[in-house]
Design a protein. Structure first.
Length: 499
């Protein structure tokens, strides 16, 4: 019984334990189901939250796309600013030479026209040989006539020189004779004067002796001697004056005889004429030796023809031609405002179509002021810029005289440290500024805001502007364009690049 009771107790205990187990299992199942429900609800709430956030983000980005301007940005860069100007022009001769022929010759044939290109030794025209020989004979006669005239002049000149020499010798002899005769007369007059003075002194001594002895002297004799002395003194002076006058006249005759013969330039003039005629004759003989053919001295282009078949040559050139060995000058007209670009260090090129160069690396030959009529005028409002093409540059360009083309002038600046696209430059109240990007962090991430920065422009062209250093640097982000108007402080966003 006791054993049965124990068995029953054991069964009751197992039943109790089983009931407890079932209840615990039920409790655990309930708790698990409750947790699963809460977890599922949390997941659903999280999904809803994330969906709402995605929606808000989409709406925010959509709002940004509608309200926030899109901008393109760039950073400053170091570069050279190039200024390019162009103007149409024409190729003209750099040097024009004259084709001259002795005047008075008849042209038989002309073989070229204006615009023709000729080579050295090409025949340009021909002179009538028969008329040429007549001209040669005429010149030779002129030379002979002048030479005979000079011979006659020389002969007459020699006769005049001989006559002059004889006159000089005779005048010098007359001078010597007059000096000798005058000296003799003066000497004789002096002796007579001295004798009269001696006689007067002796008479005065005799008178003193007589007076001492108390004798009476002959006073009349003394007076007579005094008068004689005066006469002799006068005679002596007259002799000296006469000698002086005779010598003066004789000297005048010498001077007159020694006067140079009157200058006659006839001979010298004839010599000049002979020299001219001989040069003329030499040129005529060269034309005769060339059988009347006048040839080109160098390669060139005929620019003017002044004679025709049958006409006579004159002092003027029969033709003019551009000397191609001196190159071609190309001249274009620019505005006076472009003067700052027309400098020695400018790079010059020429183009037939305005784009493709046919000549490069040229330098300005000259820059002059030009008036409306093309002539150089002080204070003109336009400039004529010229370049010279020679050698290979001329050959490769294919340019010919009279052809039009475009001159392109490129002026390079120094290398600037900070340059920006010209589209980034703005102006307000005569002050230039740019909009840079200021980056700020927010709950939505990094945001961009436009910030006004005033700048000083050092140089600019149609594409870029050079900015004074210190205001911006290589790390600056500059707005160069926008989808719509942007002002200082506006929020902006970078425009996404499309591939």
């Amino acid at each position: 019984m006791k054993k049965n009771r124990n068995i029953q107790k054991s069964r009751n205990l197992r039943t109790s334990l089983s009931g407890i187990q079932h209840r615990l299992k039920a409790i655990l199942e309930f708790q698990w189901q409750t947790e699963q429900s809460l977890r599922s609800r949390a997941i659903r709430l999280l999904a809803v939250f994330l969906a709402v956030m995605v929606l808000f983000t989409f709406l925010s980005r959509w709002a940004d796309s509608v309200t926030v301007p899109r901008v393109q940005v760039d950073a400053p860069a170091a570069r050279v600013i190039e200024h390019r100007i162009s103007a149409a022009g024409t190729a003209i001769q750099n040097r024009e030479t004259a084709v001259s022929v002795e005047s008075g010759l008849q042209v038989e044939s002309v073989y070229v026209n204006v615009g023709d290109t000729v080579k050295k030794d090409d025949v340009l025209l021909k002179i009538n040989l028969e008329q040429l020989q007549e001209k040669i004979d005429e010149v030779e006669k002129e030379i002979k006539s002048l030479q005979l005239s000079n011979d006659a002049l020389d002969y007459n000149r020699n006769l005049q020189e001989d006559s002059r020499s004889k006159s000089i010798r005779q005048a010098e002899k007359n001078y010597a004779d007059a000096r000798s005769a005058g000296s003799d007369a003066v000497s004789a007059a002096k002796k007579e004067l001295e004798k009269a003075r001696k006689d007067l002194r002796q008479a005065k001594k005799d008178k003193k002796k007589a007076n001492k002895k108390g004798k009476q002297s002959d006073t009349g004799n003394i007076e007579s001697l005094k008068s004689l002395v005066e006469q002799k003194e006068q005679a002596y002076e007259d002799a000296k004056n006469s000698q002086k006058s005779a010598l003066s006249e004789a000297q005048q005759a010498i001077d007159e005889a020694k006067k140079p013969l009157e200058k006659d330039n006839t001979g010298a003039i004839n010599d000049l004429s002979i020299d001219t005629y001989e040069k003329n004759l030499s040129k005529l003989n060269k034309i005769k030796e060339a059988k009347g053919q006048i040839k080109a001295d160098n390669d060139g282009v005929i620019t003017n023809v002044a004679v025709t078949a049958g006409s006579m040559t004159t002092e003027e050139a029969v033709m003019r031609m551009a000397d191609l060995s001196a190159g071609i000058r190309f001249t274009a007209q620019f505005s006076k405002e472009d003067e700052k670009y027309l400098t020695d260090n400018a790079e010059i090129s020429l183009s037939l179509d305005g784009e493709t160069p046919v000549a490069e690396g040229l330098s300005l030959e000259s820059v002059t002021e030009s008036g409306a009529d093309g002539e150089t005028t002080a204070g003109a409002d336009s400039l004529d810029a010229s370049v010279l093409l020679t050698g290979d540059a001329l050959t490769n360009s294919g340019l010919s005289i009279g052809q039009t083309a475009t001159m392109i002038v490129t002026q390079k600046s120094e290398k600037y440290a900070s340059t920006i696209p010209l589209s980034a430059l703005r102006e307000e109240n005569n002050k230039e500024y740019i909009l840079t990007v200021e980056k700020r962090e927010s709950v939505l991430g990094e945001e961009w805001f436009a910030q006004r920065t005033e700048v000083t422009v050092l140089d600019k062209n149609e594409t870029y502007a050079a900015i004074k250093e210190g205001v911006i640097n290589a790390d600056s982000t500059i707005i160069i364009s926008s989808s719509r108007s942007v002002e200082d402080g506006d929020r902006v966003r970078e425009e996404e690049e499309t591939s």
